[in-house]
Design a protein around this ligand. Structure first.
Ligand code: HPA
Length: 268
């Protein structure tokens, strides 16, 4: 773990208290309001040296630490994307800090385009696996053998089962599927979507995959849920834009929040 992560964790504990954090959550576009439901302390990323700028609209760049459904959580209200600065490892320091704060797991959320006609806008999808369609990797340049991270069951089967149980309990329909990481920031072409679909992806987005690789590298269990904000390019006449993503995210976000709350109640 970097010295910087240890120093930041110490700084955060002086503000938020020493009690160990159980779980980290990274919030995607239009999902930032979930941080407001946490009973705790919000620390702006700007007060945490080395934290990413995370300047995408629809994100809320605070680290919120506190109680959510009886569980001590660290909520990352903003994430840095590869397309902002061309760095795939921009979330490495926040995830190192999460580990230092005591967490053993993280759940990432994101907005994504769907490639499945029966998974329309407003659906949510639990990631079963991913395809790194970008070819980038946040561990390029990591000098140790720890960089050779196995990615079998990268999306932790036990967490996925618990999320599924929480969705069933809350009567929320949650699909299961493969997420493809596209670098962005332009959206995909219809031809790219046809290609990714042929490769086996069910949804596409511009985040999460580097975070899951980093989480596994750091020994954190990982899981992720997408909110479907649009049908992917060429799949329908629906408009595709960041504005549309932000406008549609709340439909899935309400379902996502129910699943997360149920999952946390099961952990408490
Ligand atoms: N493609 C990539 N990222 C996205 C999409 C999409 O269609 N929708 C929301 N985020």
């Amino acid at each position: 773990m970097s010295k910087n992560a240890k120093a930041l964790a110490a700084q955060i504990k002086t503000i938020a208290g020493d009690a160990p954090v159980q779980i980290g959550m990274i919030l995607g576009s239009g999902l930032g309001h979930i941080a407001d439901a946490v009973d705790g302390v919000a620390i702006p990323y700007g007060d945490l040296p080395g934290f990413p700028h995370a300047g995408v609209s629809g994100h809320n760049p605070n680290l919120v630490i506190g109680d959510f459904e009886g569980v001590r959580v660290a909520v990352f209200g903003g994430r840095a994307h590869y397309y902002e600065n061309g760095t795939a490892d921009a979330m490495r320091l926040p995830l190192e800090v999460l580990r230092e704060l005591g967490a053993d797991r993280m759940i990432a959320t994101n907005a994504a385009g769907s490639m499945l006609p029966d998974m329309p806008t407003g659906s949510i999808m639990c990631l079963s696996d991913h395809i790194n369609f970008s070819g980038l990797n946040p561990l390029i340049g990591e000098p140790t053998d720890a960089r050779f991270v196995p990615m079998n069951d990268a999306y932790d089967p036990a967490i996925r089962a618990a999320l599924r149980a929480a969705a069933d309990d809350a009567d929320v329909a949650m699909a299961d599927g493969v997420y493809a990481w596209y670098s962005g920031p332009s959206f995909e072409t219809p031809a790219e979507i046809r290609a990714i679909k042929l490769l086996g992806a069910d949804a596409v987005g511009m985040s999460t995959v580097p975070e899951v690789i980093l989480a596994r590298f750091l020994g954190l269990k990982a899981a992720a849920i997408s909110t479907i904000t649009n049908m992917a390019a060429g799949m329908s006449d629906e408009s595709i834009s960041h504005e549309h993503t932000k406008a549609m995210a709340p439909i899935g976000a309400a379902k996502l929040e129910k699943v997360l709350r149920g999952y946390l109640r099961g952990l408490a």
